[in-house]
Design a protein around this ligand. Sequence first.
Ligand code: PLP
Length: 376
Amino acid sequence: MIPGPTPVPEAALLALAKHPIGHRTGEFSNILAEVTENLKWLHQTQNDVLMLNVSGTGAVEAGIINFLSPGDRILVGSNGKFGERWVEVAQAYGLNVEAVTAEWGKPLDPSAFAAKLQADTEKQIKAVIITHSETSTGVINDLAAINHHVKEHGQALIIVDAVTSLGAFNLPIDTWGLDVVASGSQKGYMIPPGLGFVSVSAKAWEAYKTAKLPKYYLDLGKYRKSAAKNTTPFTPPVNLIVALHASLRIMKEEGLESIFARHERLKNATRAAIKALNLPLFAADEYGSPAITAVEPLGIEADKIRSAMKKRFDIALAGGQDHLKNKIFRIGHLGFVSDRDILSCIASLEAVLPEVGYDNFTPGAGVAAANQVLIK
Ligand SMILES: *Cc1c(COP(=O)(O)O)cnc(C)c1O
């Protein structure tokens, strides 16, 4: 029950177990062709969706460095560990970065972006980078509202870290006009880590033509050229792609609407259970992430709860990062997760809480509250 690597369905596991096939074969090209088509379906876009042999961070890095030049002014939303990371990446490449911050556990304020974008009459802001679902705190940022202000500005690209929102939350890339959207295989894709994905709009490809930041392995132009011929510029992780082929078929069968509805339901069940246990949620209902719920068990060491959960029930929960270490624990409900997973997680939590010194709840209240949501 961590937000990644997430559980992997059997069909994908079996695909991983196959002997690796040559990446310059017709057999592999046929797989790539279907994968590419299904990736576009998942991204709700006609844009290129390119696949790289990197983790999510590499995908976001590629999404930044392909479209910008040294000294370019950019805005980066920062309200958690991942927002901070994109500030660091942009600084490492010599971009002129302005962080637009919010407290950890709170969402980014769209009007803060509006103010900066509207003041930029000379159109010097080249990009706005937003983490859609901030996994470190369980907050979903209002990407639609922020994107609206970016569109009004007209010049800036919108670059999105969708690592824990893609495949969990409605992210209509073409309808919203999102330029660059990055994600990683070990999250909503239900396969192991190792693949990164970047979707690129026509406007972003225009910016690519004049972008001067250095790149080689992450040069998306190479991937685009190869993808047009159903191949890859370098040796790809063939087994992962065969697994992706299987997991995308599972996703298509379930359907986008159902996938989003399932994540919404599992989120609501988890949050209802935590409230019934009288434990504070770290992010309020209005901006709780569909992928992950962070809990702040005031006065109790969060890591004690996590180790008791692991020891007694073999259920892994995520911890807090940086100043939230030992202050929060996070329940992932992303990807291949079902009602059963939520109910067993909550029941196990109820069983371990008294062991770590917390009993301010009626036994069974969490399970009952989660089930109330799940049976609807
Ligand atoms: C997991 C994650 C990433 C990518 O992390 P990697 O370890 O590089 O795969 C990026 N952004 C968010 C919001 C994430 O949850």
